[in-house]
Design a binder for this molecule. Sequence first.
Ligand SMILES: [Mn+2]
Length: 469
Amino acid sequence: MQFRLFETAVYTRRRSQLIKKMSSGLIILMGNEESSMNYKDNWYPFRQDSNFLYYFGINTGSLAAVIDADSGEEIIFGNELTIEDIVWTGPLPSLGEMAAAVGVSKTKPYNQIETIIRNAINSGRQIYFTPPYRPENKIKLAQWLQVAVDAVSEMASVLLIKAIISQRESKEECEVEEMHKASIISADMHLAAMRYAKAGMKEYEVMAKVKEAAYAQNASLSFHPIVTIHGETLHNVYSGNTIHEGQMVLCDAGAATDMNYAGDLTCTFPVGKKFTDKQKEIYEIVLHAHQTSVAMLKPGVLFKDVYLNAAQKIVEGMQQVGIMKGNAAEAVAAGAHAMFFQCGLGHMIGLDVHDMEDLGEPYVGYTDELKKSTQFGMKSLRLGRALEPGFTLTVEPGIYMIPQLMDKWEAENKFTEFINYNALQHYRDFSGIRVEEDYLVTETGCRLLGKKLPIKVAEVESVRSEYLS
Ligand SMILES: [Mn+2]
């Protein structure tokens, strides 16, 4: 096999649980196709669909599967390699061999899936599938179901979405092991940055080291990394700036193991040996928000409340440095903290870096009773609901100084009872700080995934000093 699998029983158990949850109907699980970059045969790195990986494990393109929840029959659809294919690919295991490795005894040519689906529809059976996010799968489903392409997503099954989430949200022992591995490699990516960045370099030189640390360990990137002196820009993809003494580098990067389990960490470190006093002050606020939030993680706790704790700690810290004022709890309730903390506190992580986001945030991070806030800041919180043992998630508070937001709110006289706009002027070019780690929720609390990155001011400065002297 050219890809790694868990034991066969892992996949058969997952599918039989899914059948039990769905009880009847035909479940379609779409694999992904190779995806063209600039012409047909020049592909992006292949990425299998995560739901397909979870139930069928096979990490090659152009497959689909059905699970008949009434009869229990499972079929993987795909085409065997022809001799013309083998000239290019070399000999690979047959579809039958790959299917057997995940406990599926029946395979059929890809084009036969259409007949099976049509027959099921014609006999009035329920068809279940997840929301397709790739155009080619949308088009295929539209053809099989004989509906317009635009109509497909709305036909996705909430029942199936909820069933899959109820399984994937709680990580099995074998998955936790992969998550540890992903976090360890991710930590190495960050250590590589901390032990390489120097004044005068370009951001992309540091970025290259970050990527190398993943690829050198047979891992890939769980998302496109951020390596920037402009940490205040939340998803900064530009990395062409020169880094200067006195600035900070924010690095947000994660590895995906060869089985596609993701890590996602962020560190912020000084370009020189030490943070400036001003940077240290703000860093300590972020770190305090982080550590008090981590201390709250245990089953039953609403992650929304953990977010509110982080917001409260950020406001209290900003009051101590004179940037905020007034009642801290009221400031958080009003949303004034979002001047500095415009995003969420974290998200589920697993086979996807934002785990199961293809299935829809309202189902992954919230419940029928607990809906997402619409307030600026909190509306970006991807996870709000109560934690359960086996959840793996990120904790990533930050403080981001965005001059455009300062100007806009000040011009609107927004939150003048909570924000000292005069004091804030001294932070226009401060950039941003984020600290992010990955955790597993246990029966009684939480456990760090992977290995500890230098995170305290003294630890970060010691790594930087050691390297720079
Ligand atoms: Mn993250």
